[in-house]
Write a protein that binds this ligand. Structure first.
Ligand code: PRT
Ligand code: MG
Length: 215
């Protein structure tokens, strides 16, 4: 088991968009996570396996060595912190942006100019706190775990900080994007001890991924 290489992925867009990169590295996952209930998926390499974890658990698995490497959104990585994680590559997948959104009838610019205290609901409290601190805007943060769009509609908050891709979810809930905080994509993260112990195998994957990205 000691030469086993374990890659942590989350189901959905990260799994789907990592597959072509793995293929470029000669690695093929032998089971479809949408059809199987297995959490450990074998590959065509006896010493490479994929473990399926919640997106927000990927950095934890890699940090503590439950997986040697993983793929995680920059949003998740910032919120978790980068201790013990080597980040060799921006994989340019699962792209979106982190934005501030408000109800279309809320005058965000005026509130910010007046130095008002904004109530902001988000799952991304670290990113939100840093962003508004840099702007010098006073905020009360309300931590949520999902459906952020509902917060301004129910009076729970004035604004949300959330990921936006097409913008369709905001539009469907009569919210408008008023600031773009940062562009988001997914990163390859590697356990720092594994990087030393399994250097050749991990290097091979990093090199194959970066060659595929350069195309
Ligand atoms: O869904 P679950 O609770 O299991 O976990 P998760 O939401 O953390 O995982 P997942 O797989 O949904 O997201 C994994 C990563 O994909 C995130 O950490 C981001 O880095 C990235 N990503 C890229 C996105 C999106 N695009 C995205 N659109 N993550 C979430 N969304 C959400 C967005 O917040 C909005 O509510 O999808 C909804 C639809 O977006 P629109 O703008 O296209 O309507
Ligand atoms: Mg999701």
């Amino acid at each position: 088991m000691n030469n086993m290489l374990t890659l942590a992925l989350s189901k959905g867009r990260i799994f789907d968009e990592t597959m072509p990169l793995l293929k470029a590295a000669g690695i093929e996952v032998l089971e479809d996570p949408e059809k199987s209930r297995k959490l450990i998926l074998p590959t065509n390499h006896a010493n490479v396996r994929v473990v399926l974890v919640r997106a927000s658990d990927v950095p934890t698995y890699v940090q503590y060595g439950g997986a040697d490497l993983g793929v995680t959104g920059l949003d998740t990585l910032i919120e978790h912190g980068t201790d013990g994680l080597y980040q060799p590559l921006d994989l340019q997948i699962a792209k979106c942006r982190m934005s501030v959104a408000v109800r279309s009838d809320f005058d965000y610019a005026a509130m910010v100019k007046q130095g008002a205290r904004l109530k902001v609901a988000t799952k991304y409290t670290t990113i939100a706190r840093d962003f508004f601190a840099t702007k010098g805007v006073h905020v009360d943060l309300v931590k949520l775990y999902g459906s952020m769009e509902l917060a301004p509609l129910t009076g729970l908050a004035d604004a949300i900080v959330d990921l936006v891709s097409t913008g369709n979810t905001l539009k469907a809930n009569h919210l408008v994007e008023v600031e773009r905080i940062m562009d988001i994509s997914s990163r390859l993260v590697v356990n720092q001890a594994a990087l030393k112990m399994k250097q050749a195998d991990i290097r091979r994957i990093i090199d194959a991924f970066s060659a595929a990205l350069a195309k």
